[in-house]
Ligand binder design. Sequence first.
Ligand SMILES: Cc1cc2nc3c(=O)[nH]c(=O)nc-3n(C[C@H](O)[C@H](O)[C@H](O)COP(=O)(O)OP(=O)(O)OC[C@H]3O[C@@H](n4cnc5c(N)ncnc54)[C@H](O)[C@@H]3O)c2cc1C
Length: 519
Amino acid sequence: MDKRIYLAEKPTSYWIASTPETGYPSLDQDLHADVAIVGGGIAGITTAYLLTLEGLRVAVIEADRILRGTTGHTTAKLTSQHALIYDKLIGRFGKDLALQYANANESAIRWVWKIAKEQNIDCDLSEQDAYVYTQKEENRDGIDREIEAALELGIKAEFAERIPFDIPVAGAVRFKNQAQFHPLKFLLPLAKEIENRGGRIFENSRAVELEEKEKPSVAVKNGAKVTADRVVVASHYPFINKEGLYFARIYVDRSYALGIRAKEKYPGGMYINAEDPSRSMRSQPDGDGELILVVGEKHKTGQGVDTMLHYENLMDFADEIFTVEDIPYRWSTQDCMTLDGVPYVGRYAKDNPDVYVATGYGKWGMTNAIASAHLIRDLIVKGESPYGEIYDPSRMATGAAIGNFVVQNANVVGQLLGGKLAPLPDDVELEKGEARVVEIDGHRAGAYRDRDGAVHVVDTTCTHLGCELNWNSAEKTWDCPCHGSRFTYEGEVVEGPANNPLNSVKNTNIVERVATDQF
Ligand SMILES: Cc1cc2nc3c(=O)[nH]c(=O)nc-3n(C[C@H](O)[C@H](O)[C@H](O)COP(=O)(O)OP(=O)(O)OC[C@H]3O[C@@H](n4cnc5c(N)ncnc54)[C@H](O)[C@@H]3O)c2cc1C
């Protein structure tokens, strides 16, 4: 049976669907702020909030609506357990720096509890144990090593024989006293508080340029500018290419989520497996009872062959564990990955004291972004941070990171050339809901026929650095396999680093094929 018919036709994040839409104005005239923050995700909003508490005037510049990027599509586990990380961190950076990472993330959890209590924010925050489990006997050793490493860093870690689901498990590491929350219910009140304290938030204002004169300024698409003493780049993938070589040090990875209702009650706890394909679970109370989030699968953005297949794999996994009664939500999203698995947070470039960056959370940005906000606040206000060294964007690459640099950049070159050289059909038939890459007047183009039968043809050359885009059937977007930019089928930017839309192409020779099956 075709499982796809059980999935909502359009991806919808539970977090976004269950909170009101914001309506901040767009930036239409020049202004001055103490700090300009590009990006209104968890990193940008938390940084802006902390800086307003210090009495600084901030301006948040958001390309779309705030909190609708990766933060609006996350799993929202609040944990310092980032899969199996501490054994690797101690091996790569030594105990002192691994301790900075552990402390930064543990403190982030405590900070959420503190702010939720102080500000009386009802954000479904609850204490949960977090588990990484393995189903393979040969990976038991990795679990044992992680427990040892975590204990060495003062984290309350322990071994668990099993997890409360009917699947075979060879062992698990449990971190006690971790948490989960509804990220938008927590962050939307912080955004309000930013305004109450004199900060400004601008939506539908895509930053396209950073000018560095006596003071830095950020220009948005319509030409209006925010000049500031300091600029924080919290745009997920840095929106500017100059300095720092971030485009060669970040790759972008997508994953998928199902929000299911099941016959069984969820037993509590947050779970992730230690191997690929990744499987992650938590529950979420909501008006109609309990939603269970089943998250996982992964591929580099723009490199998934049939992206709907990833949902099917998650449906199979959910069926193994639960009696699934409904799947009201499905969504997917992506995060920036660094070469050594630690985010880049701090000065954008070594010799640039006024511009900061916060990126590369490796799918663990709920606590890491809060840690980043504290780090950047401390750098701006005090000139130093207790976590500065481990997150330093200019840190030297270690052996593993150098290897990863070679692998990731070879992949980018392969995608760049492969996309340009692949032979293409120059006349095609398209069903409604179908997309193909075609050749039009000697150029590669992407054609999509919408539900009403209209054909949309765009130039598939990414406006960021020129890679050729691939179709994402689950989201109906054109995605860049090199740096993760995404575009609607009409060519508008969905997410950067690209700042400019795709060129549209005149449709000459695409005819309609009558659908033979459901899509
Ligand atoms: C499937 C999945 C599950 C995850 N689950 C967890 C989890 O359980 N726990 C956890 O800790 N982490 C998790 N993460 C990671 C976490 O969700 C992210 O790291 C985090 O949300 C990133 O926040 P951000 O603020 O950096 O980015 P975003 O939330 O994407 O915010 C960046 C904002 O910048 C804006 N922007 C971009 N370019 C521009 C521009 N040029 N001008 C103006 N604005 C711009 C965007 O529109 C966006 O609103 C998960 C990630 C994935 C992919």
